[in-house]
Design a protein around this ligand. Structure first.
Ligand SMILES: C[S@@+](CC[C@H](N)C(=O)[O-])C[C@H]1O[C@@H](n2cnc3c(N)ncnc32)[C@H](O)[C@@H]1O
Length: 263
């Protein structure tokens, strides 16, 4: 099957910028309490849910490692082989695999958590239902999702440079209520949201996010794979609804799905 152009472009772009991107973002997390706060809540919830946690679009793996340091049995998946190579080198005790969130090579219903930390931002909106169906499929009932993405008016920008390199890379901005609806349709119910003002936390020198154009500069979602409990508020932490598969057919195997060497 022919690969969609946007996946090939995104992979090529991150393969190109991998080293410079990794150097920029890895050093930043200790300076970003507003990033660490939702990650900490997510880690606690996912630990309580049980099961492993997949960091989808993990990049160089520093957030995967942060979750691991918080006691989460975390592993990473990324579209870019060079990103995965950097992650494996940086964190040899953790597991990282090449893969796409549009078709995860993970079995149904096992994970306690799925993190997508600024990785859905390169997906065209029409693919998000499929991606969220995949998140729902791989989560155990009661598992949690945390999304980080750029808020905006469902627009996208096409970058021809990023992190000092020529690339072809689309960055998509999403209306948070639209994301809420897509998550709900996939069986993932938003339990909490967090907004960050422009300039709070993203590294300078990367992909410009045109904050002047954004009503919602950054959003986080903590999403619960819901049982019968219903909505209490609006965090983009999502939880999977019980029962019924909504995603594609079962995927078998992937070494990251086996128990971690640490457990
Ligand atoms: C903005 S970076 C964020 C990386 C990391 N989560 C972080 O916070 O530093 C986006 C990452 O998502 C990955 N990515 C983009 N599309 C993807 C897809 N369809 N499946 C898996 N990873 C993807 C890219 O390769 C890149 O590493």
């Amino acid at each position: 099957m022919t690969e969609p152009v946007h996946l090939a472009e995104t992979r090529a772009a991150y393969d190109t910028v991998a080293v410079d991107y990794a150097a920029l973002v890895t050093a930043k997390l200790p300076e970003l309490p507003l990033d660490r706060a939702p990650l900490g809540a997510f880690a606690e919830l996912a630990r309580a849910a049980g099961g492993r946690v997949a960091d989808i679009g993990c990049g160089r793996g520093h957030v995967t490692a942060h979750l691991a340091a918080l006691g989460v049995d975390a592993f990473g998946v990324d579209l870019s082989p060079r990103m995965v190579a950097l992650a494996r080198r940086a964190y040899p005790g953790l597991c990282f695999e090449v893969g796409s969130m549009t078709a995860l090579d993970l079995p149904d219903g096992r994970l306690g958590g799925v993190l997508s930390w600024w990785s859905i931002v390169h997906l065209p909106r029409e693919l998000l239902p499929r991606v969220f169906a995949e998140f729902h499929r791989v989560l155990a009932p009661g598992g949690h999702t945390l999304l980080g993405f750029h808020g905006g008016d469902d627009e996208h920008v096409r970058r021809d440079r990023a992190y000092g390199h020529p690339v072809s890379l689309d960055v998509h901005f999403a209306r948070p209520e639209g994301i809420t609806g897509l998550l709900a349709a996939a069986g993932l119910v938003v339990t909490a949201t967090m907004w960050q003002a422009p300039g709070e936390g993203r590294p300078a020198g990367g992909v410009p996010v045109r904050p002047q154009a954004l009503r919602w500069p950054r959003s986080y979602g903590l999403v619960h794979n819901l049982g019968a409990a219903g909505l209490s508020n609006r965090l983009f932490l999502g939880r999977r609804q019980g029962g019924g598969r909504r995603g594609p057919a079962t995927k078998e195997g992937q070494s990251c799905d086996s128990p971690s060497p640490r457990s």
